[in-house]
Design a binder for this molecule. Sequence first.
Ligand SMILES: NC(=O)c1ccc[n+]([C@@H]2O[C@H](COP(=O)([O-])OP(=O)(O)OC[C@H]3O[C@@H](n4cnc5c(N)ncnc54)[C@H](O)[C@@H]3O)[C@@H](O)[C@H]2O)c1
Length: 260
Amino acid sequence: MSKWILLLGGSTGHGAATAKKLASEGYGIIAFHFDRGEAKKIANDTIEEVNQISKNKCHYFNTNAASQKTMDKYIPKIKEITNGEPLKLLLHSIAFGTTTNFFGDKPVTQRQMDMTVHVMGNSLLYWTQNLYDEGLLSKGSRIIGLTSEGNYLAMEGYGPVSVAKVAMEAIIRQIGWELGSEGITANSVQAGITPTRALTKITDNWEHWVKNTKKRNPMKRTTEPEDVANVISLLLLPEADFINCSIVYCDGGESRSGTI
Ligand SMILES: NC(=O)c1ccc[n+]([C@@H]2O[C@H](COP(=O)([O-])OP(=O)(O)OC[C@H]3O[C@@H](n4cnc5c(N)ncnc54)[C@H](O)[C@@H]3O)[C@@H](O)[C@H]2O)c1
């Protein structure tokens, strides 16, 4: 088992916090991100920081991680980086999808649905298949995807992403079921509302969501990317070897709290 991890979506939010946390624990970081303009500047700051923490044991690629071409091009590079040794972690932390309702002014189109479900859901399956075929996942490797309360609640503008989350959870469950006998586990981590760039894209009302969340959450605050990074770090411990096909909550109890 190598001390390398692969992050899909590692430049901001949960992915960036995980990169920093795991780099500080001695892991090498291989990460994809897809940032232009202002977002690219933020990404560059993250990359610089992760480079420092990991003492340059860090490779970031700014390209669409959901495309098969990217997998074909970069998996040989990943294999070179890890010396052919398996990855400890494959984390899917990509936020890229259409946030619109099914009806009304801008009803979602088939193209938008297909894209969102592919990028935020199915792409994790194709990465897992490709890495597995190359021997880059084996006993002790973890596959983790991030899900949200929107997997079972209907919310303004969240329909397409909600479908993608349900797809991802099913994919993770099935991967864990099929590969568990080899000691490879797959789990979802359900984060509470976290003020990241992705949240600002879901709704113009995001500040209101944050305010309400602070009231509703039993711990009276929103989730922070560092909370999620901490849980992912715990899931890499050998003590977590038997957690498989599960949803692990990292939300301070938010999803268990009523809204009235
Ligand atoms: N923010 C929340 O409230 C919240 C709550 C629960 C779950 N999540 C989930 O956490 C995950 C990460 O979201 P975040 O809040 O950290 O968002 P974020 O916008 O801060 O980060 C998204 C990351 O995805 C990358 N990305 C986007 N499209 C990509 C592509 N095609 N290829 C490669 N990289 C790509 C970006 O460059 C960035 O690194 C998402 O799956 C999101 O649904 C977020």
